[in-house]
Design a protein around this ligand. Structure first.
Ligand code: AMP
Length: 258
């Protein structure tokens, strides 16, 4: 009994030492800070290099005062907790975090090619091959998240307007449908001049496909099966991956090559 206890104490010590190595306490002095990558609502993102490993990361710097003012500390804590446990090739890694008196720092995987939306703006709209590759990659990431009971609930006005009921995972299918439309047409599906008209169009699922750019009927069929008001009627993500438009257009590697 005593031996067993001693063993388990040793094991505990060893495992806490191991996790101390894994859960290294980071400080700003562990990083060389490089160029700014962008600005968000609560702070700035910088390219950074971890000095010991030379590993390149993106360091997101959030100001505590701004987080407190907007009362999002709890939300940030939840997001950090969730994101640090996700491991999927299509989901940006959160390696760790640290803080000082004024700021919170998130150590993120560096996305070297930047924002997809900038690409979309540059090209106006994507080819079907490119759109299908992204949609399939996102669907795989979402299937992984849903398996862990994590719902993305992308915080966009379009999505927040869908109603006040509690969401289930199919809210992400809707968002993916909106995104797929935007990839192919370069504009979101329910846009209107007035906010109230956008709202009405969303509620009525007033889905229209403009004549230009030319989009295949298979793509339109997929979008129509995702943008369905009744969430239980939306095409499940695993079925999306089997849809002919995805099968024929998406690059199986999940990477778009021009
Ligand atoms: P955010 O506060 O997350 O909206 O980030 C602000 C901006 O910083 C983004 O729009 C990106 O341009 C850039 N950014 C954020 N995270 C990363 C990252 N991991 N890798 C590269 N750029 C990033």
């Amino acid at each position: 009994m005593a031996i067993a206890e001693a063993n388990s104490q040793q094991q505990e010590k060893a495992s806490s030492e191991a996790s101390a190595v894994e859960k290294k306490r980071w400080t700003l002095s562990d990083f060389d800070i490089g160029k700014p990558l962008g600005r968000g609502k609560f702070g700035h993102v910088y390219l950074a290099r971890e000095k010991r490993s030379n590993h390149i990361v993106a360091l997101k710097v959030l100001f505590k005062s701004q987080l407190q003012q907007s009362q999002v500390e709890h939300q940030l804590r939840r997001e950090v907790e969730i994101q640090s446990h996700l491991r999927h090739p299509n989901i940006l890694r959160l390696y760790g975090y640290f803080y000082d008196q004024k700021r919170v720092y998130l150590i993120l995987e560096y996305a070297a090619k930047g924002e997809l939306y900038k690409e979309l703006q540059k090209c106006k709209y994507f080819s079907e091959r490119r759109a299908a590759t992204y949609v399939a990659s996102l669907a795989r990431a979402l299937i992984y998240c849903h398996g862990k009971h994590v719902i993305h609930r992308d915080i966009k006005p379009e999505n927040l307007l869908i109603g006040a009921q509690r969401h289930d995972a199919s809210v992400d299918i809707w968002s993916l449908g909106v995104l797929c439309y935007e990839f192919l047409y370069g504009l979101p599906p329910f846009e209107a001049k007035e906010h109230s008209d956008t709202y009405r169009r969303i509620v009525q699922v007033d889905l229209k496909f403009p004549p230009k750019p030319i989009v295949s009927s298979a793509a339109k069929d997929l979008i129509s099966q995702m943008l369905v008001k009744d969430s239980s009627e939306r095409l499940p993500l695993h079925k999306l991956l089997e849809h002919p438009w995805i099968v024929q257009n998406a690059d199986p590697s999940g990477i778009y090559r021009a």
